[in-house]
Design a protein around this ligand. Sequence first.
Ligand code: IPE
Ligand code: IPE
Ligand code: MG
Length: 249
Amino acid sequence: MSHKNSIDLQKVPQHIAIIMDGNGRWAKQQGENRIYGHYEGVNSVRDVVEAAGEVGVKYITLYAFSTENWNRPKEEVDALMELLVSTISAETPQLNKKNVRLQAIGNLNSLPTACLQELNESIDLTSKNTGLTLVLALSYSSKWELIDAVKHIVADAKKGVLNADDITEKHIEQYLCTRHIPDPELMIRTSGEHRISNFLLWQLAYAEFYFTDTLWPDFRKEDLYEAILNYQTRERRFGKTSEQLTQSK
Ligand code: IPE
Ligand code: IPE
Ligand code: MG
């Protein structure tokens, strides 16, 4: 039986963030070159986006390329950028068919021009869709995002638009790339690594974390359902006691 049938559709996280890790190791296990793993990883993306839409997830953010990933060998970086262009252009009709809206976060201006053009085109072509929002984190890192936010905050304070004494959480959120996106309730990382790798540090402040040894190219619909089911067993206390939560029910 599919795990899907056991999911409580009233308690599905509205936003799931995923660190898609393990493509290189997966390829090595097959005796192939790392890039083959990235190609295979696209099938998992397709599967997971479809699965998320089917259970009513509203946002899914996929960590596709970190600012630190620019330090990989040039052949791998080039192959990843080419894969990004070809995948986005090939998948846009399917995104429209499935009512998926594409968005992107990160230092997008650092992407190769062809990549940025394809991305902006697809974002534009899918902008009217009302189903799942797929957010690609590209040339993204949390520290980059926070530095960028601080620069804009300081500039606005100088202009008198913002007063330092009045700054609240809500203000900071307005300066992050995710200003129009709710915080993820669930963060999944594949491949057995237990770290956050500069991903959404602010936004994951109260997210539930789910780690699996499964390598990204093997992570499919059922794996996502399993992660959602596991999330549904957690008690999210937000600093309160368990008793307080039961009393307020
Ligand atoms: C994740 O897989 C994809 C990207 C970071 C682009 P990796 O390429 O990190 O695969 P491993 O971790 O080396 O196996
Ligand atoms: C994190 O994976 C970035 C993405 C999945 C895009 P990495 O494989 O780059 O992470 P580290 O460097 O091993 O922590
Ligand atoms: Mg990795």
